[in-house]
Design a protein around this ligand. Structure first.
Ligand SMILES: *Cc1c(COP(=O)(O)O)cnc(C)c1O
Length: 428
């Protein structure tokens, strides 16, 4: 028995499924999770002393890799000044200013502690502003675990093939309408029938919680136009794409300006931070400026703000995003070549350093098509890759990430071992 399997046994006695977030349990790929002892750069080291090149990157936040020296120092300096004040501090203002500078559509920002809180709160603002109750989301879109979003959701819900969650009141779920991603005709149809009742459309601009799926060129401009025509607000859930697919997120890359945006992951540099923001007239509805209540004991935490600031400042270096994108392109095209050599159908894609591979014949435009992916083969590939020192997300339906700590040599190492692992997986 390894130390990881022992720890997992103990964990299962005290934590549901042995984990604090479902996909970490490795159920979809078989085997048991490794327990991390430490991490640095692009590598995780487990309690048994094995190390892995990490493409999960804490599920997105670690665009600089693990334990980046500048972020570590910022955290240490902040901690030395005390770690929670219950009163405002300058770092909150600095991070909000930096966010607005990178994403000008966020004229005002409110910090919270997770992506889930950000999306819940943004929808509350949208409902208050429009005095309407319905929201429209897309199948496979994941917006955190709040009641109203667990309708045809991605992430662990997709990975584990769960039905919409028990415990969500039908009356709440009934306020969420869902159509397929990239399906302009279906969106037009919803607006024709329910337009006057729709408070908001919430969308992951690039789907990242059912694997990586890019939007077609007309998709977001059409959402923008329909929202404008019907007095509906457009919410970009950029918890994953924000500061990832471009310096100014998906909204910069796509050239579409949402009314509200939700952030998480990179904005906290790996500490628990979320944020929502957008048009000043909408954000002024939030208490205490306005009547929409939303609060947080630990919101704007000084250590978390410091980690976010240090992370965003590092990403502002010249050529940062270009280098990441070039390495990611090399990785996904290498995976595509390997799949071809092994005669495995594969559809790869990326935007910036967010990437994914479906073991299915592409193109994959939506969640229904993604479900054609060979999950059993993916599970074998995952296990073989792990044995060779490469950590892919333990699910056929999650996006992956390259960080600035992944060097060209790390990418070459990865390609060599993913190629061999695909051979092992095909052999059974
Ligand atoms: C991760 C994620 C969330 C949820 O964020 P948490 O911090 O896990 O609550 C919401 N939306 C998207 C697009 C995400 O990727």
């Amino acid at each position: 028995m390894t130390s990881s399997t022992e720890l997992f046994e103990r964990a299962r006695q005290v934590l549901p499924g042995g984990v604090n977030s479902p996909v970490r349990a490795f159920r979809a790929v078989g085997g048991t999770p490794f327990f991390v002892a430490r991490a640095a750069g692009c590598r995780l080291t487990d309690v048994d002393g094995r190390s892995y090149v990490d493409y999960v990157c804490a599920w997105g936040p670690l665009i600089l890799g693990h334990a980046h020296p500048a972020v570590l120092e910022a955290i240490q300096v902040a901690a030395g000044r005390g770690w929670s004040y219950g009163a405002p501090c300058e770092a909150e203002v600095q991070l909000a200013e930096l966010v607005r500078c990178r994403m000008p559509s966020l004229e005002m920002v409110r910090f919270v502690n997770s992506g889930t809180e950000a999306t819940m709160s943004a929808v509350r603002v949208a409902r208050a502003a429009t005095k309407r109750e319905l929201i429209l989301k897309f199948a496979g879109g994941y917006h955190g675990h709040a009641d109203g979003f667990l309708v045809q959701a991605g992430s662990g819900v997709a990975t584990l093939g769960l039905p919409d969650s028990p415990g969500v009141p039908a009356a709440v779920a009934g306020l969420t309408l869902t159509v397929p991603f990239n399906d302009v005709a279906a969106v037009e149809d919803v607006f024709r029938r329910r337009g006057p009742e729709l408070a908001a459309v919430i969308v992951e601009p690039y789907l990242g919680n059912v694997g990586f799926i890019a939007p077609e060129p007309e998709f977001h401009p059409t959402l923008r136009r329909l929202c404008d025509a019907h007095g509906t607000l457009l919410i970009f859930d950029e918890v994953m794409t924000g500061f990832r697919v471009a310096p100014g997120g998906a909204q910069e890359r796509l050239g579409v300006r949402p009314d509200l945006t939700t952030l998480g992951k990179i904005v906290g540099g790996g500490l628990p931070v979320g944020a929502y923001g957008g048009r000043a007239d909408l954000m002024r509805l939030v208490a205490p400026a306005g009547p929409v209540y939303q609060a947080g004991t630990l919101a704007g935490n000084p250590i978390a703000m410091a980690a976010g600031l240090a992370t965003l400042r590092e990403t502002a270096r010249a050529g940062f995003y270009e280098t990441l994108e070039r390495r990611t392109a090399r990785l996904v095209s290498g995976i595509s070549d390997a799949a071809r050599r092994h005669r495995v159908p594969a559809s790869v894609g990326h935007a910036g350093s967010m990437w994914g591979v479906f073991l299915a014949t592409g193109p994959i435009r939506n969640y229904a098509q993604a479900q054609a992916a060979d999950v059993a083969l993916f599970g074998r590939w995952h296990r073989a890759a792990l044995a060779r020192g490469v950590f892919l997300a333990p699910s056929a339906f999650e996006a992956a990430f390259v960080s600035s700590a992944h060097t060209d040599a790390d990418i070459a190492f990865t390609l060599e071992h993913l190629d061999a692992a695909l051979g092992d997986a095909r052999a059974g």
